[in-house]
Design a protein around this ligand. Structure first.
Ligand SMILES: [Cu+2]
Length: 257
């Protein structure tokens, strides 16, 4: 019985991996699945322009544990993520700030990190230069570099996987929020979070996810675990609304006020 349950959860993990691949036409991580422990020098790859338009800049919000993002757990019977009473500290060592902005002018000529009052990295932005033109065939790709320092899984938890959802926008024209529409921005927002960052009526949505996998050889699941648990870290609407705007030298650059 134990064996059957474990193989079902393995199947679920394989299926989730498959889902992640089918949305790769949207923005995605260069290495979308990383192991706990070692540093990942990674990048976010643009899937396409805003419609046919060139991406002139981008803004990203990082998960920030000190501001209590939402934690969800994958429900294997319903196939969706549900809220959970578990806390991130119960399953994952969060002492390090997991995401860092990397200064990389290879695609955009400017960029910067966003920090909160405690000087923690809460996001990044890039802009300037030629941007990333749309290429329907995929003949042109662009990316922004990020460093990710995964934590480690708490050994007595049943957590086998944590998915980080990173809210992101691709900007093709600088507007106010009320000017958002397809062709002006592309928004990659967490499902079901009611933020200011929406394109009314747009069906073009998707989540940008980075998955951390437990090292099941060096950090075995306790025998008491019936299932391998899969969690998702989702920033709150407040975090997204606070940290999505781009502020340069104290001046709000995007979205326009
Ligand atoms: Cu897309």
């Amino acid at each position: 019985m134990m064996k059957i349950k474990l193989s079902i959860s393995l199947l679920v993990i394989v299926l989730l991996g498959g889902i992640a691949q089918t949305v790769s036409a949207h923005n995605s991580f260069m290495s979308p699945r990383v192991k706990e422990g070692p540093t990942s020098w990674n990048a976010i790859v643009f899937g396409h322009g805003c419609g046919e338009n060139t991406i002139i800049g981008s803004s990203v919000v990082f998960p920030n544990f000190s501001e209590s993002p939402t934690l969800q757990i994958f429900n294997q019977s319903s196939g969706v993520f549900d809220p959970t009473e578990d806390t991130i500290e119960m399953l994952y060592d969060t002492t390090m700030a997991p995401f860092s902005y990397v200064i990389d002018r290879s695609v955009f000529s400017a960029g910067g990190v966003k920090v909160n009052d405690s000087d923690e990295a809460v996001g990044m932005w890039v802009g300037g230069g030629e941007g990333v033109p749309h290429s329907g065939s995929g003949a042109i790709k662009g990316f922004i570099s990020v460093r990710f320092q995964p934590g480690t899984f708490v050994s007595d938890s049943c957590a086998a996987q944590i998915q980080f959802v990173l809210p992101m926008v691709d900007v093709c024209k600088i507007t106010t929020i009320s000017g958002f529409k397809d062709g002006v921005v592309s928004l990659w927002m967490p499902d079901g979070v009611d933020t200011d960052y929406v394109i009314p009526g747009s069906g073009h949505t998707g989540e940008l996810v980075l998955t951390v996998e437990r090292d099941l050889i060096s950090n075995k699941l306790p025998e008491s675990c019936k299932d391998q648990k899969i969690y998702k870290v989702v920033p709150t609407a407040k975090q997204i609304n606070t940290y999505m705007p781009v502020v340069i030298n104290g001046k709000r650059a995007w979205p326009r006020k």
